[in-house]
Design a protein around this ligand. Structure first.
Ligand SMILES: NC(=O)c1ccc[n+]([C@@H]2O[C@H](COP(=O)([O-])OP(=O)(O)OC[C@H]3O[C@@H](n4cnc5c(N)ncnc54)[C@H](O)[C@@H]3O)[C@@H](O)[C@H]2O)c1
Ligand SMILES: [Zn+2]
Ligand SMILES: [Zn+2]
Length: 348
């Protein structure tokens, strides 16, 4: 057998499941048999071919998808540390290995960063080739479906870790997959009260299942007033921004306590105006951006938490579908019914 099924984005307005040659792995690459691949908001932008998708250097036609877990079936020349039979997850950040960041322990924000499934063929396919450095072997206790969401989960685990949430009152803005993962990570790392906001009642419900102390809807509730009342009028110690919504972010400065910490994950589609003196300088707010996972400290931490059962993110996976029903997954995500959709490329 030399052909495989893959979801190919062919033109600006066409994507389809089609038959493609099984790729071969070159030097420094591994070939994986994809068992589970997760649909992400980024894929939705690429399906729609919006302004962002047109601007990030995607060359059409190409195989979509970047979040996946599978089994290694071949390794290229010079590959060590990953072997045939390993269960691996793809880290999407492909570092160059020689820039300032790569040489100083920050390869996840490499100056020449390429992204798997954006600048390379991806994983909405039965097989995928990934650079060996990005093929992270995971413990056997972690299922392929959970493995497939470890890439976005890692972003949330990293944010909760950097924010030192143990014993802290935490606010998570946005209960999309990443916000929900942040709630789960905060629970697992010993946060005190965890507030979570979203404008979707269905997602707020999942936040409560994940262990949020209180799930709040800014459309119907005065979030700042409620959070202040529940935190001795000081405000929360930590805000994790995972909505990408400018108003939610601006509003959060009303209840971030003086000396508080904030991690920014969400990507607002427009510039934001802030009163820097009041909101940051006099408050001594400590704000950091989070771009993906530390390679590979975050992975080690996340694998330990998942394999020990201390971190459970299964409620975020609301749908699993065979890859040939990929369009149904896109529709479920578009109409807000699904949170995380997983595709199984070997099922009918
Ligand atoms: N920094 C990174 O490395 C990184 C990686 C992947 C995604 N992202 C970004 O992180 C964000 C979250 O990703 P996701 O996949 O969970 O996206 P998502 O779009 O599924 O989740 C965003 C959630 O925010 C909610 N929301 C909208 N307006 C809100 C408001 N006013 N208050 C509270 N919630 C509101 C939405 O209903 C949605 O549930 C996105 O902006 C995404 O682009 C960042
Ligand atoms: Zn993604
Ligand atoms: Zn680099």
């Amino acid at each position: 057998m030399s052909m495989m099924s893959a979801v190919v984005k062919k033109t600006a307005d066409q994507a389809e499941l089609t038959s493609m040659p099984i790729p071969k792995c070159g030097p420094g690459q591994v070939l994986i048999k994809v068992q589970s691949a997760a649909l992400c908001g980024t894929d939705m932008h690429i399906f729609e071919w919006n302004a962002w998708a047109r601007s990030v250097g995607i060359e059409l036609p190409y195989i979509m998808g970047h979040e996946c877990c599978g089994d290694v079936v071949a390794v290229g020349e010079g590959v060590c540390g990953v072997k045939v039979g390993d269960k691996v997850v793809g880290e999407t950040h492909i570092p160059c290995g020689h820039c300032y960041q790569c040489m100083n322990g920050e390869q996840h924000i490499c100056a020449n960063l390429k992204m798997f499934g954006i600048h390379t063929n991806g994983c909405f396919a039965q097989y995928a080739v990934i650079p060996a450095i990005c093929a992270r072997p995971i413990p056997g206790e972690i299922s392929h479906d959970i493995g497939a969401v470890m890439e976005p989960l890692g972003t949330a685990v990293r944010a909760a870790g950097e924010m030192q949430v143990a014993g802290a009152n935490v606010m998570v803005l946005g209960c999309g997959p990443i916000g929900l993962f942040a709630v789960a990570a905060a629970v697992s790392m010993g946060a005190a009260k965890i507030f979570a906001t979203d404008i979707s009642p269905a997602r707020l419900e999942i936040a409560q299942i994940m262990g949020a102390t209180q799930a709040l809807n800014p459309l119907t509730e005065d979030v700042a007033q409620i959070v202040l009342a529940k935190t001795g009028n000081f405000g929360v110690d930590v805000v994790i921004e995972a909505s990408g919504n400018v108003e939610a972010l601006k509003d959060s400065f009303r209840y971030l306590r003086k000396g508080g910490r904030m991690a920014l994950i969400g990507l607002p589609g427009k510039p934001i105006e802030l009163e820097l003196g009041r909101e940051i300088v006099f408050k001594e707010a400590k704000i950091i951006g989070i771009h993906g996972r530390k390679m590979f400290e975050t992975w080690t931490q996340m694998e330990n938490m998942l394999a020990s059962g201390k971190l459970d993110v299964s409620p975020v996976i609301t749908h699993t579908l065979p890859l040939n029903k990929w369009q149904q997954g896109v529709e479920l995500a578009k109409n807000g019914e699904a949170c995380k959709v997983i595709y199984h490329p070997w099922e009918d």
